[in-house]
Design a protein around this ligand. Structure first.
Ligand SMILES: NC(=O)c1ccc[n+]([C@@H]2O[C@H](COP(=O)([O-])OP(=O)(O)OC[C@H]3O[C@@H](n4cnc5c(N)ncnc54)[C@H](OP(=O)(O)O)[C@@H]3O)[C@@H](O)[C@H]2O)c1
Length: 338
């Protein structure tokens, strides 16, 4: 038996989630049976989209009162009675917010710690970052010379979207919620313009000034007011890639634009998409992304909270814009495995 702390859901949040909606419990994890492995979680991925699934009556993801919170993680196999998962190896997949757990290996992927640091499988080498790749290149079919707008541009998906659009030869303009984020986007990621939407009086005017010829493709992570501003600045027949609606996930109210008519008048196309539809193409993504990382063309930045007791604070912090790049929680270091 191994004592393991886990984050459990005490009550479904009705507006903004708070620490009171969660509870830290200690459970005993038994030794793995035949065909099972024990995993020590090292990193938790903190994702905006998980909040969209945290609703009473919505069984998505297995959220439930008294049950552990679910999420993607990277862990180390510390005991194994499974032939495909050797002790000492690293895996990633959907699991509970727990320090240790037992798995039968289903849905878990073995990752290579020699290719990139293991936490990168939750950042630029992760399925969530692949959203930016498939969204821009497959759904949006962006082309060199086009102007690409990105909201939540300094977040995990947004910052990868910015970098891939730049690598494709596009002019890239991002919106983000602090001067530090704007500075990072322009001076480190090399995008063409970035706007601190919390500081400008008129976001539409600021976007218009940053995109004097209009936006061809808008990679929308947020919806709400920033989408309304972008709709005014879109070029006729522009494409909107509806990636997500962070604005409304944590009690923010309806995300739909008040100026919906712009879509009709400008003959815009709006395409929703899910990275889950691209899982069979992950090898293609990993191969291209690892190449870009090795060549120094894509950078990963993380905001790291330490310890499972701070996982909820990290999740709440995501909706206060406290992350630059990917929000992660570090649970521990790998064990030395003989
Ligand atoms: N379609 C798919 O398959 C798919 C897959 C993965 C993720 N996604 C979507 O990608 C988007 C980004 O997710 P992520 O996990 O990478 O998160 P993230 O961008 O790393 O973090 C969320 C960011 O959104 C901004 N934000 C938070 N609350 C906000 C609010 N109320 N209004 C406006 N902005 C707010 C904050 O940045 P600022 O400081 O800049 O405001 C924050 O840093 C989400 O919409 C998610 O659902 C879609």
């Amino acid at each position: 038996m191994v004592a393991s702390r886990e984050v459990q859901l005490k009550s479904f949040p009705t507006g903004n989630m708070t620490e009171e909606n969660f509870e830290l419990a200690t459970v005993q994890v038994p030794s793995p049976g035949q065909g099972e492995l024990m995993v020590k979680n090292l990193w938790l991925s903190i994702e905006a989209g998980m909040r969209a699934l945290l609703h009473e009556g919505d069984a998505h993801f297995g959220f439930g009162k008294g049950k552990p919170v679910r999420g993607f993680a990277v862990g180390q196999i510390i005991q194994s009675r499974h032939p495909r998962f050797p002790k000492g190896g690293y895996i990633t997949g959907l699991c509970n917010w727990q320090e240790y757990y037992i798995s039968n290996g289903e849905g878990m992927q073995i990752i290579d710690p020699n290719l990139v640091p293991v936490h990168h499988y939750l950042t630029v080498m992760g399925a969530m970052a692949a959203t930016a790749y498939f969204g821009l290149l497959d759904v949006g079919r962006i082309k060199a010379g086009e102007t690409v707008g990105v909201s939540a541009a300094a977040g995990s998906v947004g910052s990868v979207a910015c970098q891939i659009a730049k690598l494709t030869g596009c002019r890239v303009v991002g919106t983000a919620g602090s001067d530090e984020k704007v500075d990072w986007l322009i001076n480190e990621l090399g995008i063409d313009a970035a706007i601190n939407y919390k500081k400008v009086d008129d976001l539409q005017e600021a976007m218009g000034a940053a995109c004097p010829e209009g936006i061809d493709v808008y990679f929308d992570n947020v919806a709400g007011k920033s989408l309304e501003a972008a709709l005014e600045v879109m070029k006729p027949r522009g494409r909107i890639l509806a990636c997500g609606t962070v604005h409304d996930y944590d009690g923010g109210g309806p995300a739909g634009p008040a100026n919906y008519l712009q879509i009709t008048q400008k003959r815009l196309s709006v395409q929703g998409f899910s990275v889950l539809d691209y899982m069979d193409r992950m090898p293609e993504y990993l191969s291209r992304m690892s190449g870009w990382i090795t060549e120094g063309k894509v950078r990963s930045r993380e905001t790291v909270y330490e310890g499972i007791e701070n996982a909820v604070a990290a999740w709440i912090g995501l909706f206060q814009g406290k992350n630059i790049g990917k929000m992660l929680v570090k649970l521990g270091d790998p064990d030395k495995v003989e």
